[in-house]
Design a protein around this ligand. Structure first.
Ligand code: ITT
Length: 201
């Protein structure tokens, strides 16, 4: 079986995160007819895997099998060196509060945890695993990363999630301050997309 995606095909974007959905749509660059898992009323599977790739595959597989269409999923997060890689695959869970997800709270948790280690190391890495699954069929997964430094307090209101506290290496702005196109030029998700394009398009 040749795993190729034709431009113009219907692709289910298996994310329930609006910030991520916007970036995935921009990175796909209008080449596919994108339907979201939310619009199709697909359930959100529990992310039980220990790796980004494992969870991306799980999400793409669930959406493809439930919809009968090719699906793309992203599992991503921030790994902080001083925290041994946390929050990592639990990045979304670190934001959970009784009132829903709160990333000001999550970024504050990261800052407090880093200070508590007593370490001066502020290096961090964003990961994005992308998986494309065919209904009840094959799956292709890739991973992209970008290295940077944590800055406290966070800066900027662009992007989503942990963007305000992440400054990519070699740049003076955080992802929260960067223009979205500038983030797309270097981000973990963009790196993963390039790999996916090479494999599938
Ligand atoms: P879906 O599973 O529905 O796609 P989610 O938000 O639950 O959405 P993840 O489990 O992959 O997705 O959680 C990763 C979290 O890491 C996410 O909620 C973001 O806050 C954060 N994150 C991922 N990519 C990011 C980026 O580019 N900039 C800032 N934060 C990011």
């Amino acid at each position: 079986m040749v795993l190729k995606l034709e431009f113009g095909a219907i692709l289910v974007s298996a994310t329930h995160n609006p910030g991520k959905a916007k970036e995935i749509a921009e990175l796909l660059d209008g080449k596919f007819e994108v339907v979201t898992a939310g619009a199709l009323g697909l359930p959100e599977p529990e992310e039980v895997e220990q790796t980004f790739v494992g969870n991306a595959v799980l999400k793409a597989r669930a959406a493809a099998d439930a919809s009968g269409k090719v699906a793309i999923a992203d599992d991503s997060g921030l790994s902080v060196m001083a925290l041994g890689g946390d929050p990592g695959v639990l990045s979304a869970r670190w934001a959970e509060t009784a009132g829903g997800r709160d990333f000001d709270y999550a970024m504050d948790r990261v800052e407090k945890a880093v200070i508590k280690t007593g370490l001066a190391d502020r290096s961090a890495r964003f990961h994005s695993a992308l998986a494309v699954a065919w209904p009840h069929g094959a799956v292709v997964a890739v991973e992209g990363t970008v290295d940077g430094m944590l800055v406290f307090p966070g800066r900027g209101t662009n992007g989503f999630g942990y963007d305000p506290i992440f400054q990519p290496l070699g740049y003076g702005q955080t992802f929260g301050e960067m223009d979205p196109m500038a983030k797309h030029a270097i981000s973990h998700r963009a790196v993963a997309f390039e790999k996916l394009k090479a494999a599938l398009f």
